[in-house]
Design a protein around this ligand. Structure first.
Ligand SMILES: *[C@@H]1O[C@H](CO)[C@@H](O)[C@H](O)[C@H]1NC(C)=O
Ligand SMILES: *[C@@H]1O[C@H](CO)[C@@H](O)[C@H](O)[C@H]1NC(C)=O
Ligand SMILES: *[C@@H]1O[C@H](CO)[C@@H](O)[C@H](O)[C@H]1NC(C)=O
Ligand SMILES: *[C@@H]1O[C@H](CO)[C@@H](O)[C@H](O)[C@H]1NC(C)=O
Length: 416
């Protein structure tokens, strides 16, 4: 009896994961790692660095390294792709200052998202190509074509670059927002918000094409997006996308939309007729609130609950699946923007008060004001959709099983 009791306790302990969210880093204004104080002062003086024009959108994590995107929506953003310094206070332009130079088309111009392939340590980065998309009155500056860049994270070097053809991604209209990858077939799926399309990039053939469908536009019934009493623009289309862990189904949703749609990736092809596309696009579920980015673990789809200051997950185990709140925090969690899952089963995400950022006087950049940008981490006990698996079983689960078998043998022989 006692033996079974101990065994049961041990089994429970093996699976019990204490989940508590941690704020890993926070900023009221983003700090960059300048080579000297003089450089920083000069950048401030010449408008090369305007602190209030810098926001973190996307996050990706690999081997304890944290990478963030700082889209150049306004002037005064010194670098668009950055790594967080080890003391977690500063942003280091990645892979270098030079590879982030505004107006130089070989360098990154306006990065909104990236994804990391943990199998080979490469980062796939999408670059809008244009600067100051949201600057008024100067307006959008289309200096460079949109592109996809692949960086080797060990060598910190760009190893591939692909420029999108104007017919696939327009240089003056695009808003390449989010990217997921299929590491087995070396493909990327990208949401293009303003043009409301999904762009497919196939690395094996170095080709790209787009697929459009009315479900990629905003939903009339979801125009109103109010957070903390502040109204957000009402017509933003396809934004968050996520790929299932078998790489077979893509999920997407408009920012001004509550419906999450699913589509088998095999139909993301130029040969698919509009009627087949209509038939293959399904409603996966309805979100209780609006949300921005999304990500699949090997079990659930994680997304933000913007109005409710939450992160939620949808688990499609049976029927229409179930939606659960993963974390709710009305004092710190303002606009969960993007997500990443590391190799240790932690979900990482950024919050950035996006609804305040677009209405300049609202965001408080004064020293001592509440943090505007935060990086969060929470243990979820699930693997990334990109995790390596051993014959279909995740390596972490395999290790858990071995441990349980070993401990049970110990109890069996030891306590008997
Ligand atoms: C799933 O949702 C659809 C549409 O909302 C509904 O008609 C159906 O009954 C639901 N199925 C289950 C099993 O709850
Ligand atoms: C901004 O934050 C500062 C420092 O906490 C505070 O004194 C000030 O009142 C805030 N401004 C607004 C408009 O809330
Ligand atoms: C940011 O986090 C630090 C701890 O790392 C904390 O001391 C500080 O108060 C936080 N700042 C804001 C503005 O929340
Ligand atoms: C997902 O990964 C976790 C951790 O390895 C594992 O316990 C779980 O069984 C996996 N779930 C699925 C559906 O593969």
């Amino acid at each position: 009896m006692f033996r079974y009791f101990i065994r049961t306790i041990f089994l429970l302990l093996s699976f019990a994961k204490v989940s508590q969210a941690e704020i890993v880093a926070n900023w009221t204004t983003l700090n960059f790692q300048w080579s000297s104080t003089i450089d920083r002062l000069a950048a401030l003086q010449y408008g090369y660095y305007v602190p209030e024009h810098n926001i973190i959108t996307n996050i990706k994590v690999f081997n304890d390294r944290i990478f963030v995107a700082v889209p150049r929506w306004f002037h005064g953003s010194p670098a668009s792709l950055n790594e967080i310094s080890s003391d977690r206070r500063n942003l280091l332009p990645y892979p270098s200052w030079g590879k982030n130079e505004a107006g130089k088309c070989h360098a990154l111009q306006c990065v909104q998202s990236m994804e990391i392939n943990p199998r080979d340590g490469t980062m796939w980065v999408i670059d809008v190509g244009s600067l100051s998309i949201l600057d008024h009155p100067s307006g959008r500056r289309d200096l460079c074509p949109p592109k996809l860049v692949i960086i080797d994270l060990e060598q910190n070097k760009i190893i591939h670059g692909y420029t999108f053809d104007e017919s696939v991604v327009s240089s003056s209209q695009n808003f390449l927002a989010d990217i997921v990858i299929d590491p087995e077939n070396e493909r990327a799926y990208i949401s293009n918000t303003i043009e409301t399309s999904i762009v497919v990039f196939d690395k094996k053939t170095m080709r790209a094409w787009k697929v459009v469908h009315p479900t990629m536009r905003h939903e009339e019934s979801a125009r109103e997006l109010m957070v903390n009493g502040i109204e957000f623009d009402g017509e933003t289309g396809i934004d968050g996308i996520a790929l299932s862990a078998d790489y077979k189904t893509l999920y997407y949703s408009a920012l001004n939309g509550k419906t999450v749609y699913s589509l088998p990736v095999e139909y993301l092809s130029l040969d698919t007729s509009p009627s087949t596309l209509d038939a293959q696009i399904k409603v996966a579920f309805e979100r209780p609130t609006h949300s921005d980015g999304m990500i699949w673990s090997n079990r659930s789809l994680y997304f933000g609950g913007l109005q409710a200051h939450e992160v939620l997950k949808w688990t499609p185990d049976s029927g229409n699946g179930s939606i659960e709140v993963v974390i709710k925090d009305s004092e710190h969690l303002f606009w969960a923007d993007s997500f990443a899952i590391d190799e240790k089963q932690n979900l990482w995400f950024t919050t950035n008060k996006l609804y305040e950022f677009f209405t300049p006087p609202l965001m408080n950049f004064s020293q001592g004001a509440d943090a505007n940008f935060r990086i969060w981490k929470i243990h979820i006990g699930e693997d990334s959709y990109l995790a390596k698996t051993v014959a279909g079983v995740s390596t972490a689960l395999f290790a858990d099983c071995l441990l349980i078998i070993a401990m049970n043998m110990l109890f069996f022989f030891g306590i008997k």
